[in-house]
Design a protein around this ligand. Structure first.
Ligand SMILES: Cc1ncc(COP(=O)(O)O)c(C=O)c1O
Length: 400
């Protein structure tokens, strides 16, 4: 086959160009990891590019629980929950998660992506439609391709635009789902969820919240963006992942008992894919143990986030409207973002750039994010390196 004839070939060309110029920032091979510090090319780097917000991937209780689960249940379930892969620990975890999130029932999937693919395509039939924030995550976009009903976009976090698409479509479809990220993964910005549920109630629509970056982080004990805003019972379906704060892999959808039972019997990515491995289930359960018993965990996370937000402001970076542990740094020019990323790497800091088409042309950024387990010494070093970068590359203080 002629690879060059394929639609995405220009991505390979771009990768080759960046590799040739020693600026390729992706697929970095990590040789060793302590969570906040990783080894790349034999060099220690402070990790500020991960989603390990609570730093629980290396917590002793979490590691011990995962090992014990492997010893007791083996390394995999070798089948779908529907048939032979349904362990009692999957169901126990679901009960704990429902309690934690505040919904009646929860259902765990093997990844967050599968949670979105399966749940949205199950609830959006040919007579239904979805209204999407224009900056929704790729897994939601792919879910919209699987769903039988159409999707209409509204302008990012713009309630006038949402109301307009609601008014245009509410009488044309049986069920209208408003679908949004709770925390936007590139900018760390929160969705305007209270306004969204209000509009949903006004027009008789339903709300689906992707809280991949909110669960574990936002609201009391990290119960999520719905709890942060005090609107748990006004969001019909809430999705979370375990690939970030929950130190593992997997996803969860929660809602009413009827709705979750419906998804359990109709979501194809749930029914026709093997269940979460026992070690992953035990990891998430152990993370809940830590979250529920360590009152300092979230204090440490937010102290680190505040230190970095303040530090970046003093240096003079533009950090968007981030209200979460994700703090993006606006760079602008794509080549400059790559060069700055390389500079950070050479100075012992691991961060990743976000480039067009993931962001608009001329709005390249470096996405940074912080963990409860980062030490003040590590974060002070990051600020020093960032300050040097600001001077050396003349990084702008505003977006325009
Ligand atoms: C907003 C959002 N939704 C869904 C996902 C998919 O989650 P997972 O990594 O568990 O498949 C991600 C992860 O990148 C995400 O950022």
């Amino acid at each position: 086959m002629n690879i060059e004839s394929l639609r995405g070939y220009r991505m390979v060309q771009k990768a080759n160009l960046l590799r040739a110029n020693n600026l390729y920032p992706f697929f970095r091979s990590i040789g060793d990891s302590e969570g906040t510090v990783v080894q790349v090319d034999g060099q220690d780097q402070i990790m500020i590019g991960s989603n390990n917000y609570l730093g629980l991937t290396h917590h002793p209780h979490v590691i011990e629980s995962a090992i014990k689960a492997v010893e007791k249940f083996g390394t995999g379930c070798t089948g779908s929950r529907f048939l032979n892969g349904n362990l009692a620990i999957h169901e126990e975890l679901e009960e704990r998660l429902a309690n934690y999130i505040g919904h009646e029932k929860a259902l765990v999937f093997s990844t967050g992506m599968q949670t979105n693919l399966g749940s949205l395509s199950a609830v959006c039939g040919p007579k239904d439609c979805m209204l999407f924030d224009s900056e929704n995550h790729a897994s939601l976009i792919d879910a919209s391709r699987l769903a039988l009903g159409p999707t209409f976009k509204y302008k990012h976090n713009n309630m006038e635009s949402l109301e307009q698409v609601l008014a245009e479509n509410v009488n044309r479809f049986k069920n209208v789902w408003i679908v949004t990220d709770g925390v936007f993964s590139m900018t760390g910005e929160l969705a305007l969820l209270p306004e969204i549920v209000e509009l949903a109630e006004k027009y008789g629509a339903h709300v689906y919240n992707d809280d991949a970056h909110g669960i574990g982080v936002m609201g009391t004990q990290g119960r999520g963006t719905m709890t942060h805003f005090g609107i748990v019972n006004r969001v019909e379906l809430n999705m979370g992942t375990f690939s970030k704060s929950f130190a593992s892999i997997g996803g969860v959808i929660s809602g009413s008992a009827d709705m979750i039972d419906y998804i359990k019997h109709t979501a194809r990515s749930f029914m026709f894919s093997a269940s979460m491995a026992p070690s992953a289930v035990a990891t998430v359960t152990a993370c809940l143990d830590v979250i529920e018993t360590d009152p300092t965990l979230h204090d440490r996370l937010w102290a680190n986030v505040d230190m970095m937000r303040r530090g970046f402001k003093e240096i003079g970076f533009y950090t968007y409207n981030s209200q979460t542990p994700i703090i993006p740094i606006f760079i602008g020019d794509e080549m400059k973002a790559l060069t700055v990323t390389n500079f950070l790497k050479e100075n012992g800091v691991f961060a990743t750039p976000v480039l067009p088409p993931a962001v608009p042309q001329g709005e390249a950024l470096i996405r940074t994010s912080y963990m409860a387990s980062h030490s003040t010494t590590e974060l002070t070093k990051v600020l020093e390196v960032m300050e040097k970068a600001k001077k050396e590359f003349d990084i702008p203080a505003t977006i325009h």
